[in-house]
Write a protein that binds this ligand. Structure first.
Ligand SMILES: Cc1cc2nc3c(=O)[nH]c(=O)nc-3n(C[C@H](O)[C@H](O)[C@H](O)COP(=O)(O)OP(=O)(O)OC[C@H]3O[C@@H](n4cnc5c(N)ncnc54)[C@H](O)[C@@H]3O)c2cc1C
Length: 443
């Protein structure tokens, strides 16, 4: 029989907040984890944490998909990792319902809970959105999108039907925040680069449309740099439609609120996020925006022994009274640090501290050697901003192992042309085998 566990800490989600909280607890509670007086469990459907700011570079083929994730079991050797999802929280009974990757759901008792389940794409009931739409939050989506863009170039090159060609070469991105602008800029850059290998496609044949409901792009870098980004994108031939909404996309026929209509084979939806659905499956308090009601000390409001942070939590911004912290990695990483320290304080019967961080601005990559930045009031554009984007994210990506791999990928890309092959077949690995079986039957 193992040592008696006095305190079981369950962390729901192994992303930014979940992984960094567990990492800090692993460091600070080394003795307790060794003698068994504390046990930590992280639950996540995946066995890795995704470094989301690198997804656009992974989609563009500058980074290997495996290098933009951190394997949880390797990073957290003293923590139990369970793969599956938490489907319900019963905080009154201190139980979470856990549905493992395979098999029957079971209840897991805990003493302390950390809700770090992040967010999912916020969609609208737009006709046909799922016909051609894809989100941009996971490694799977980023790589599928890369394969799709390259595959559409193959389709366009190989068809003699002008309609099919036009449709294949039309790409739409809805939402001009971080994710949308970076994904569009990186993919457009990759597609432009790839056209040199095609006989019948020039960069001018590929149409990129960015649709944004408000009157600005990339609000994360402020109005001045946002305006500069808008000009940049337009100079590159990207059609940016501000104060415009997607009205329908049925069967790939895109209709915009400004009356524009066209056919497209690919639509990327990055128009905001909403908290992971698990936050409403249980007895935790929810605020008016559907997030977990959270205090400035990162505890769940009105409860004991429950903590929350990141995209799933409505954390009051003490530097900006009346406002909430925006759902971004800048807050998530810093909140994880305070949250873990508050758990340790709580275990030791000490006073908890408030989370306080003033948003410092942001950096964004806009394709190879292009970027925009506004950090601590320093405004950069072009190559300097791109360099800052890379160095900043390199310093932030978890583990030395990942940092080295990311640098190796970038270095290779410096000396060799980027990979422009579509491996869409990987999404249907059994097709070839099934066809072989079917051909045997016919014989
Ligand atoms: C493309 C892209 C680019 C971005 N770029 C930037 C940037 O440059 N700078 C910046 O500051 N921010 C950026 N962000 C935002 C940033 O990535 C998020 O704000 C951050 O990941 C939030 O951290 P989190 O821990 O709350 O959620 P996540 O990191 O998303 O982690 C949530 C985890 O919970 C798991 N989970 C969900 N539901 C359950 C469940 N029911 N049970 C168990 N586990 C569950 C998920 O699998 C996931 O692993 C970007 C986001 C995207 C999509």
């Amino acid at each position: 029989m193992g040592p008696q566990v006095n305190k079981h800490i369950v962390i729901v989600g192994g992303g930014y907040v979940g992984m960094y909280t567990a990492l800090r607890l692993q460091r600070k509670l080394g003795k307790e984890l060794r003698d068994g007086s504390v046990h930590i469990t992280v639950v996540d459907p995946n066995s890795y944490m995704t470094y989301q700011p690198f997804l656009p570079e992974a989609a563009a083929g500058n980074l290997s998909p495996r290098h933009v994730v951190a394997p949880l079991r390797r990073v957290l050797p003293k923590v139990e990792i369970l793969n599956g999802v938490v489907t319900k929280v019963n905080h009154a009974g201190k139980l979470v319902t856990f549905a493992p990757a395979e098999g029957e759901p079971r209840d897991i008792p805990y003493d302390m809970l950390v809700m770090a389940a992040g967010s999912i794409s916020r969609t609208l009931p737009i006709p046909g959105l799922t016909d051609i739409g894809i989100g941009f939050k996971t490694v799977g989506e980023a790589i599928a999108l890369r394969n799709r863009v390259l595959h559409q170039l193959d389709v366009a090159e190989s068809t003699e039907d002008a309609e099919v060609r036009r449709r294949a070469l039309t790409f739409v991105v809805v939402g001009a925040g971080f994710a949308g602008v970076e994904a569009l800029a990186e993919l457009e850059d990759m597609a432009k680069d790839s056209t040199r290998y095609y006989r019948n496609i020039t960069p001018a044949d590929v149409r990129w449309v960015l649709v944004e409901a408000t009157n600005r792009v990339l609000p994360e870098v402020g109005p001045e740099m946002g305006k500069w980004t808008l000009e940049q994108l337009r100079e590159r031939g990207i059609e940016v439609k501000l104060e415009t909404r997607l009205e329908s996309a049925t069967g790939g026929h895109v209709v915009l609120s400004d009356g524009t209509e066209f056919d497209a084979e690919t639509l990327v939806w990055t128009a905001g996020v909403k908290p992971s659905p698990v936050v409403t499956e249980g007895d935790l308090p929810i605020d008016e925006r559907g997030r977990i009601k959270t205090t400035t000390k990162l505890t769940v409001a009105g409860t004991k022994d429950a903590f929350a942070a990141g995209d799933a939590a409505g954390v009051p911004d003490v530097t900006n009274p009346g406002q909430y912290c925006a759902p971004n990695a800048q807050h998530a990483v810093r909140q994880a640090k305070v949250l873990a320290d508050n758990i340790v304080r709580s275990l030791r019967g000490q006073q908890l501290v408030e989370y306080r961080h003033k948003y410092v601005g942001s950096v964004a990559g806009l394709g190879l050697h292009q970027g925009v930045a506004n950090v601590y009031g320093i405004k950069l554009r072009g190559l300097a901003a791109w360099f800052m984007h890379r160095t900043y994210h390199l310093s932030r990506v978890p583990t030395l192992n990942r940092k080295v791999r990311v640098v190796a990928d970038w270095t290779l890309a410096l000396f060799f042309k980027r990979e422009t092959v579509s491996l869409g077949e990987m999404e249907h690995p059994r097709d070839g085998f099934r066809a072989a079986v079917a051909s045997n039957r016919r014989r």
